[in-house]
Design a protein around this ligand. Structure first.
Ligand SMILES: [Fe+2]
Ligand SMILES: [Fe+2]
Length: 260
């Protein structure tokens, strides 16, 4: 079920990733979330919402969101949210705090579709890690394949003209290749790019690469934005938010009829 757009035929989507909310984060995001509330209709969060995946960190972030954010929020988790081994508790706290967490599923808001999954590593292009050799290496590749399949099934569910892909890991090398060459294979996976191109997504938002490049494209020309907060702070210091203005069809913006 979709909700009508509050601003005519354009939906303003704000994106941020890698908040890394830790023990001292009380008050740290209130200005940022207030800026989002002033400038956007929807916020998407691209993972690493907590610093170590501790439930107390998730509680702090939920408090920050409740205190300052006035628009719906959709998110995916990142690798840091798994670190402490309490991912179910972190998910529950953030969900109760109002975050619609996606993990291979999709949501429609104001007439735009958002398909989300954390993603995984493995590298890019012809040099991507292949499933060959030791069992543990095959398990590593299988994780990346399964995340790509989850993204594909999420995209397949969307019937909206605008289809946004929300990830933590990068689907292309373009937005991470300013990072040290030694870590590139751990920053994302080309396997995520395949369903993005096949389903002709509108745009992709990801985090994880704190020293990456802000913009890139998939092989079929779909824009990819690295919305990791350190990247946004470096490129947009006054308002470190990636804003996308998305046209939506008028039927998605029609007023909701009163029930009877
Ligand atoms: Fe991060
Ligand atoms: Fe990360």
């Amino acid at each position: 079920m979709t909700t009508p757009s509050p601003n005519g035929n354009v939906v303003r989507l704000a994106a941020l990733g890698d908040l890394h909310c830790g023990r001292g984060c009380q008050g740290a995001f209130q200005r940022l979330f207030a800026q989002v509330s002033e400038s956007a209709d929807v916020l998407v969060l691209a993972g690493d919402l907590t610093d170590h995946g501790q439930p107390e960190e998730a509680q702090l972030l939920a408090q920050e969101l409740r205190a300052s954010l006035r628009v719906p929020v959709v998110g995916v988790l990142g690798n840091h949210d798994y670190e402490a081994g309490h991912v179910e508790e972190v998910q529950t706290i953030l969900t109760e705090g109002g975050v619609r967490l996606l993990d291979g599923d999709a949501v429609e808001l104001h007439g735009i579709g958002i398909a989300g999954v954390k993603g995984f590593a493995g590298g890019f292009g012809a040099r991507a890690l292949q499933s060959w050799g030791e069992r543990v290496l095959k398990a590593f590749v299988r994780e990346a394949v399964e995340e790509a399949l989850k993204l594909e099934s999420a995209l397949a569910r969307l019937r909206t003209a605008q289809r946004i892909v929300l990830l933590h890991y990068a689907p292309v090398r373009d937005t991470v290749d300013t990072e040290p060459a030694e870590i590139l294979p751990f920053l994302g996976s080309s396997r995520l790019e395949e369903p993005i191109n096949r389903y002709a997504a509108t745009a992709v938002l990801h985090g994880h690469a704190h020293h990456g490049r802000p913009e890139g494209r998939t092989a079929s020309g779909i824009p990819v934005y690295n919305v990791s907060l350190p990247v946004l702070r470096a490129t947009l210091p006054d308002r470190p938010i990636r804003l996308l203005e998305l046209p939506v069809p008028s039927e998605a913006t029609a007023p909701v009829a009163a029930g009877g």
